[in-house]
Design a protein around this ligand. Structure first.
Ligand SMILES: [Zn+2]
Length: 283
């Protein structure tokens, strides 16, 4: 190995320092999954939305209800946005969710909202891909590392115009849902949970990598809505994200969203309150 001329004599000792978690999350109240599962029994489906390939749709989920995202005809990745239905400025914060739970989400993890509220918008209650774990490439499913495919990065890298990236699909869907002008809706679109996407980091360069999603028809990811939510879901133009996105090159399939109303609210559940920080910021 070629040694850099700037390598300090104690380089290996500095590298050998043991890491610690940035955020210990064991002070968070654990999700009451058994109570949620009990409430889910007998829940009736109140809404069904089919998200067409290379397009997006919005849906409403009342607080205390469940919603499920299902793979239908073939392997397909979905890009999920969540907003507080009463205040669209409060939206899913993928970066802080990543800091609290890790690069990929699974059963019992929560989807946290933006500042200043920073509270759970939803809790993952079922994941049929929970068996996947970490593969030989270091990849896992359902990431909160990959932002969303967007036309700006595509234009930056290729010079071409492509209008059915997840960012644009979510923008059109939110504009349709709310009546907001397109560019106002666009400013509310945010980094996503990459549902069913299988991703990691290149071990040599640390770059974001993806591979064909292991999802198959019938697989699903289910959530419990902690607040009244508007969800936005894009069926990514990358399809199973085996090779390309930001083009019409991949095979794509619809995704199904279903909303379920439980017969009674989960035992002990109360909607989360806003974060307790006083917001004086040292003044
Ligand atoms: Zn996408």
């Amino acid at each position: 190995m070629t040694r850099s001329p700037d390598l300090p004599p104690d380089a290996e000792a500095r590298r050998a320092v043991a890491p610690v978690l940035c955020y210990r999350n064991d002070s968070l109240a654990p999700p009451r999954l058994s109570d949620l599962a009990r409430a889910r029994v007998g829940a009736s489906r109140i809404e069904k939305i089919l998200v067409p390939p290379r397009d997006g749709r919005c849906f409403h989920v009342p607080a205390g209800h469940f919603f499920r995202i299902s793979c239908t005809e073939g392997p397909q990745v979905g890009d999920l946005n969540l907003w507080n239905a009463d205040n669209l400025a409060e939206r899913f914060y993928s970066g802080k969710t990543r800091a609290l739970h890790g690069t990929h989400l699974g059963l019992g993890d929560r989807l946290w909202s933006s500042f200043p509220q920073l509270r759970p918008l939803a809790t993952i209650t079922e994941d049929t891909l929970g068996w996947y774990g970490t593969d030989q490439h270091g990849c896992r499913v359902h990431d909160v590392i990959g932002t969303r495919c967007d036309p700006y990065t595509n234009t930056l890298l290729t010079g071409s115009q492509y209008h059915h990236c997840c960012h644009s699909n979510l923008t059109r869907a939110l504009a349709d849902e709310t009546g907001l002008p397109l560019h106002d809706a666009e400013m509310l679109v945010h980094d996503v949970l990459n549902v069913f996407m299988c991703t990691g980091f290149s071990p040599d360069t640390g770059q974001y990598i993806m591979k064909a999603s292991p999802v198959r028809p019938g697989d699903y990811l289910e959530f419990f809505a902690e607040l009244d939510l508007i969800g936005g879901l894009s069926a990514c133009p990358g399809g199973d994200c085996a090779s390309d996105h930001s083009s019409d090159g991949a095979n794509c399939s619809p995704l199904l969203v279903e909303v379920f109303a439980p017969p009674t609210p989960p035992r002990g559940w109360v909607a989360p309150t806003e974060n307790g920080y006083d917001r004086s910021h040292g003044t």
